[in-house]
Write a protein that binds this ligand. Structure first.
Ligand SMILES: [Zn+2]
Length: 316
């Protein structure tokens, strides 16, 4: 299963710390052509789930395309390519990113660093003073602040976001409006005949850091928002951030209790018939820094996923 986020023409901005999360429409087109040549069938997530349960009718190698968060470019740039190849896909929509209420601190961080020569920030009582004068120092500042913020409690992430907005003149809701789909766009995807719109929480918080009631609210509420807007039942979910530190048994139990049928992680790996836990399906990230078909072949060989699993195992 492939994990993508954004699909849009290449930007020549020198500082793109989230560049790994976007590919060009031409690359998506080339990947789909390549999969066809390799006789790898692109199927819907529901068909893949049936095959993984041993109920599916098809045989042979298959792939599923997934896009996270609900970026506007999924409609503008990805859908035309999907239509050209008649390739189904799942788009995991974070409802708060659509209505402008989610706290996307990593986007604020990117913007503050991009637009300023220095960034000062308090995180959990520690003062970070980061030089951001050139591309190299901007990247270093982003890595340093990302590391500090991603493990901070949700309340602290909200406070830091508010500080970033106030200090550097940023507006989260406006930024999301510019980047994300609106609800009409979500409905356009849902009625395209190719895209299944699925849940990705309400605020994109790391679920493992939330109380049980808030965690349930994120899972159930995010799916309910989409159902209300599209009129379509939601049965699939993607854990925000999707790594070991972001979800575990408790979150998987809540997903099951919510009646959802599949949930995907961001951990690297392949779907296997009869083997894959449908509430923690691994994915292969189509990384924007490696937009070549040769690299896709390396990904399909399973080598990077195997190496990543070995690394995780040795870190545990
Ligand atoms: Zn996400």
């Amino acid at each position: 299963m492939f994990m993508l986020h954004r699909v849009r023409p290449r930007s020549d901005a020198p500082f793109q710390p989230n560049g790994h999360l976007e590919v060009t429409p031409e690359f998506l087109d080339a990947v789909l052509t390549h999969l066809k040549e390799q006789r790898i069938e692109v199927i819907s997530l529901s068909d893949a789930a049936a095959r993984m349960r041993g109920e599916g009718s098809g045989s042979g190698r298959f792939a599923v395309l997934t896009f996270d968060d609900g970026y506007r470019d999924n409609l503008d740039h990805a859908l035309p390519i999907l239509q050209k190849h008649r390739a189904p896909a799942t788009v995991y929509v974070c409802s708060g990113m659509i209505d402008g209420t989610a706290n996307c601190w990593w986007l604020l961080l990117e913007r503050a660093i991009a637009e300023n020569k220095a960034v000062d920030l308090d995180i959990l009582g520690h003062r970070y003073t980061c030089d951001c004068a050139d591309e190299r120092s901007k990247n270093r500042a982003f890595s340093r602040l990302l590391l500090a913020l991603r493990s901070a409690p949700v309340d602290e992430q909200r406070r830091v976001s508010a500080e970033l907005c106030q200090r550097y003149g940023l507006d989260m809701a406006l930024m999301l409006k510019a980047e994300m789909l609106d609800w009409q766009g979500v409905r356009d995807l849902a009625t395209s005949g190719l895209v299944t719109v699925s849940g990705h929480s309400r605020t994109h918080a790391s679920l493992a850091g939330l109380s049980a009631s808030l965690c349930r609210e994120e899972i159930v509420g995010g799916c309910a928002d989409i159902e209300q807007q599209t009129g379509q039942r939601v049965v699939d979910f993607a854990y925000p951030f999707g790594r070991n530190r972001n979800f575990g048994r408790r979150e998987m139990a809540f997903v099951r209790q919510a009646g959802l049928q599949t949930a995907v992680s961001s951990k690297p790996g392949f779907m296997r018939s009869g083997e894959t836990d449908l509430l923690a399906i691994p994915r292969i990230s189509l990384n924007g820094h490696y937009q070549s078909i040769a690299y896709v072949d390396v990904l399909l060989s399973g080598l990077p996923a195997a190496c990543a699993r070995l690394t995780f195992a040795s870190l545990r």
